[in-house]
Design a protein around this ligand. Structure first.
Ligand code: AMP
Length: 198
């Protein structure tokens, strides 16, 4: 499922996994910049659609605000269109997608149609108390509509129910790595680069 041989500094095709607040968005931005590959954050794409008031934005706005997932079919449409863009040719990091086993299956077939596969999956781990502290900090730093205490807790529940099973789905395949997400951004980034041997 994951093609470890294809891992190349300039041709990563990665999925970043981990609960909300683990810091995967920050790490994805840093790695995308370092390697010159595309950073695809589905959360950012959807928030952008909401702020522009597009049809997609209108459909997803109430779901995001409630901490619920957007449907697998709609997400796959959004991501497969995004993957066609030129900036993905040298590699990409998917941050926030897939979030369900059905999405992972759809991703596999979308990539397969282009004759490619993932080069790896990075799973970020963080203790629950550290996660809670990060989410609390984010509440005061970022003005996200889905960052109220209630919605954050609900998002964690939805993650545990629908996304955590993806770890077992990808674990064991070559190219699957775990990165300890605790500590400063730079420390986590060093661990990530070490784990990717870059
Ligand atoms: P994020 O910024 O990744 O935390 O995503 C914010 C919100 O966007 C999520 O809570 C979901 O409502 C929605 N979302 C983003 N990516 C997905 C996905 N792959 N599947 C379903 N919903 C998603």
């Amino acid at each position: 499922m994951i093609d470890a041989q294809a891992v190349d500094k300039y041709d990563f095709r990665l999925v970043f996994l981990g609960p909300p607040g683990v810091g995967k968005g920050t790490q994805a931005k840093l790695l995308a910049k370092k390697c010159g590959i595309a950073h695809i954050s589905t959360g950012e794409m959807l928030r952008d659609a909401v702020s522009r008031g597009t049809d997609l934005g209108k459909r997803v706005e109430p779901l995001i605000a409630a901490g619920e997932y957007v449907s697998d079919e709609l997400m796959c449409e959004v991501v497969s269109e995004r993957l066609k863009r030129e900036d993905c040719a040298r590699g990409f990091i998917l941050d926030g997608f897939p979030r369900t086993v059905a999405q992972a299956e759809m991703l596999k077939s979308v990539l397969g149609e282009s004759g490619i596969s993932l080069s790896g999956v990075v799973c970020f781990d963080l203790l629950r108390e550290d996660l809670q502290a990060r989410l609390e900090a984010r509440r005061s730093l970022e003005a996200r509509a889905d960052d109220s205490v209630e919605v954050q807790l609900h998002r964690l529940e939805v993650y545990n129910e629908k996304t955590a099973p993806l770890i077992a789905y990808y674990e064991g395949a070559s190219g699957f790595i775990r990165v300890n997400g605790s500590g400063e951004v730079d420390d986590v980034f060093n661990r990530l680069c070490c784990a990717l041997s870059i």
